[in-house]
Design a protein around this ligand. Structure first.
Ligand SMILES: C[S@@+](CC[C@H](N)C(=O)[O-])C[C@H]1O[C@@H](n2cnc3c(N)ncnc32)[C@H](O)[C@@H]1O
Length: 324
């Protein structure tokens, strides 16, 4: 695979490296902000499922800009907490918790870091490892969103904002209705940097209010959406974010683009301890060149030919570099 092939195919991947973002996802949050002004007045923010950290970079940059503008008025310095199962390279001004967002202890750790105060903004770009089984992937993504919502009800201030990745599929209408229990407004946002070909979108939920006596632990996906009628059934408005001058994520652009000469950039931050590291280590230990391509390889219980193993490794490396 050529060194610049991904740069040709994905303009946001290329731009992320040029502008120092750890992943192209940074543009999704920036484009959501263009439409919904999500950083106004925010001094405490939580990034759930944060690794490798491009959303935390955006939070750090934008909240510190706000702080610089207000500094004369003795405002408190911004506080940002990033949570992920995976380790993440440090980002200045961001406190990291390596933990699981489905665990209530994580909420307690976050509140402790904020000195028992609550956050103004919670974002979640969480995605489980894709299994390839479509229905299963959608179900797991919905469960992750519900876990993010449950933790958010513990850590968000009244009137606060919650943003989370959602797959526009079967459970989406139920999720919008469940989110509307807690928020004054719920929209479904599709940033221009998120591929049209992808199910991915983001719920932008504003004006948090915990309903009296409601137990968020009772939220699940077992409710039949068809039984939700009238005020209980909510259809979220669909909003495209990012203006039309911004590139289309499904288009292949030339390397020399908009009058700028292309210069190859390395990814901003290599991942720490990535899941494919074991395979990379094995590859470096063995001179695989001497084996025929038909050689059978067994990696954590999965059988494949050497050719498939090499292709898998190249694909994983490539997708990790792009971070979607
Ligand atoms: C698409 S990446 C996030 C990219 C990130 N927003 C950025 O801009 O760099 C999804 C992340 O969700 C994390 N994740 C999945 N399930 C999780 C869980 N239960 N608790 C914490 N993190 C989780 C994964 O480890 C992965 O790093």
């Amino acid at each position: 695979m050529g060194k610049t092939s991904k740069d040709k195919r994905d303009i946001y991947y290329r731009r992320a490296k040029e502008e120092g973002w750890r992943a192209r996802s940074a543009f999704k949050l920036l484009q959501i902000d263009q439409e919904f002004s999500i950083f106004n007045g925010v001094t405490k923010a939580v990034d759930l499922c944060a690794a490798p950290g491009s959303w935390s970079q955006v939070l750090s940059r934008r909240l510190n800009e706000n702080y610089e503008n207000l500094k004369q008025k003795s405002e408190k310095a911004p506080k940002i907490i990033a949570v992920d199962l995976q380790a993440m390279a440090p980002i200045e001004g961001v406190v990291q918790i390596q933990g699981d967002i489905t665990n209530i202890k994580t909420a307690e750790q976050i509140i402790a870091h904020f000195g028992n105060e609550h956050a103004d903004l919670v974002v979640c770009d969480g995605a489980p490892d894709v299994t390839g089984l479509h229905d299963m992937d959608i179900f797991i993504q919905s469960q992750l969103l519900l876990a993010a919502l449950k933790i958010t009800t513990q850590i968000l201030k009244p009137k606060g904002t919650f943003i989370a990745k959602i797959f526009r599929a079967k459970d989406a209408s139920l999720l919008y209705s469940q989110l509307k229990i807690f928020f004054g407004s719920v929209s479904c946002a599709k940033p221009r940097s998120s591929r049209n070909s992808s199910f991915e979108a983001f719920v932008v939920c504003k004006d948090f209010q915990m309903p009296e006596g409601f137990n968020p632990a009772t939220l699940d996906l077992s409710t039949d959406i068809n039984k939700l009628v009238g005020i209980d059934r909510y259809i979220a408005p669909f909003v495209i974010c990012g203006d039309l001058t911004q590139p289309d994520s499904d288009t292949t652009y030339p390397l020399d683009f908009e009058g700028k000469e292309f210069r190859y950039c390395q990814p901003t931050q290599s991942p720490i301890n990535p899941p494919y590291q074991e395979a990379m280590h094995m590859m470096s230990q063995v001179n695989i060149g001497k084996f025929p391509e038909s050689t059978s390889v067994t990696l954590t219980g999965k059988n494949m030919s050497l050719a498939e193993f090499k292709a898998t490794k190249a694909k994983k490396q490539d997708s990790n570099d792009s971070q979607k």
